[in-house]
Ligand binder design. Structure first.
Ligand SMILES: NC(=O)c1ccc[n+]([C@@H]2O[C@H](COP(=O)([O-])OP(=O)(O)OC[C@H]3O[C@@H](n4cnc5c(N)ncnc54)[C@H](OP(=O)(O)O)[C@@H]3O)[C@@H](O)[C@H]2O)c1
Length: 288
């Protein structure tokens, strides 16, 4: 099979690492970008660009000409099923043979949280399209801790509503590496769903302890009530559907209901996934 890849979400957290790793492997790929400014910085790295937007089928049709594989990612929102659905339908017409899609742990059309349900609806559409797929159902990204950088710097504190619950957060760099393996290796990744987690379940208290050790000053974990957490998220401008999901998921996490570590990343990468210690060390400059 030919192997020219179209990378969507190329300017985001995972997509940036996917592009870098594909480039390091000399893979043939194009990045779908919707902003001229962001396209410049990718083009400066020698990455081929196709301008396009998931809401614009014509731009997708052009971008998918001559493409064999699709890396599918976009910001999650109530519009995701429609936007990613546009990509799936265009991919089908363009004769694309394989879609590697980022989803979330627990994704299903019947999931009890919005993000999981929307991902599940798109996964179903891909299954029905007849295109081979690899679904990467990822747990919480370690990179989400960058949203706590301000309070870590200002108050020496992390605020959350997860109590002492533990979850196996994953480094987005590992997710990207798994995606690149699925995109560039043979068909044994077809029709597979991988459950992507980090190597150990950790609590916010564990993270605060790691940060204290790393930064040489005490960082506290402050557990908030649901109401305090909601107000906090509202003041950061989060939409209500996302706040509802975060509250719902954190309640589960507080009772260790999504704490199982999956072997999939280690099996696929043939190494342990990054620990929280490695992640914090590599991103230290954001928390100092
Ligand atoms: N954060 C977590 O803990 C977590 C856990 C599990 C799963 N996930 C899933 O991971 C995905 C997000 O990954 P990420 O954090 O790497 O993404 P991200 O940093 O939020 O970036 C989103 C990317 O999608 C692009 N995009 C958005 N709307 C688009 C459109 N209409 N047309 C073309 N491109 C569009 C953005 O382009 P612009 O730069 O132009 O905006 C950007 O490149 C979501 O599906 C989420 O559900 C997240």
């Amino acid at each position: 099979m030919k192997n020219k890849i179209l990378v969507t979400g190329a300017t985001g957290t995972i997509g940036t690492f996917v592009c870098k790793q594909l480039k390091d492997r000399n893979a043939e790929f194009t990045a779908l970008v919707r902003s001229r400014e962001k396209a410049m910085s990718l083009a400066d790295q020698g990455i081929e660009i196709a301008f396009g937007d998931l809401s614009d089928r014509e731009s997708l049709q052009k971008a998918m000409t001559g493409i064999d594989k699709l890396f599918l990612l976009s910001t999650t929102s109530p519009l995701s099923p429609e936007l990613q659905g546009n990509a799936v339908q265009t991919a089908q017409k363009a004769g694309i043979k394989h879609i590697v899609k980022i989803a979330a742990r627990g994704s299903s059309p019947n999931a009890d949280f919005n993000i999981g349900r929307w991902h599940g609806m798109i996964e179903d559409e891909i299954r029905k399209s007849g295109i081979s797929y690899t679904f990467l159902q990822a747990h919480t990204f370690m990179q989400n801790l960058l949203f706590d950088a301000e309070s870590i710097k200002k108050d020496n504190a992390i605020y959350n509503i997860q109590g002492d619950g533990k979850i196996p957060m994953i480094d987005a760099r590992d997710i990207a590496e798994v995606a690149v393996i699925a995109l560039t290796q043979g068909d044994h990744h077809f029709h597979k769903t991988y459950d992507l987690t980090g190597p150990e379940a950790i609590s916010y208290k564990d993270i605060a302890n790691e940060l204290s050790h790393l930064l040489g000053r005490e960082i506290r974990y402050i557990n908030q009530t649901t109401d305090e957490g909601r107000k906090n998220m509202q003041s950061s401008g989060m939409p209500e559907w996302l706040i509802d999901d975060m509250i719902h998921l954190n309640k589960k996490y507080a009772f260790d209901e999504a704490s199982e570590v999956s072997p999939d990343v280690e099996n696929l990468l043939e190494r342990k996934p990054h620990t929280i210690r490695t992640f914090l060390k590599d991103y230290k400059m954001h928390f100092e």
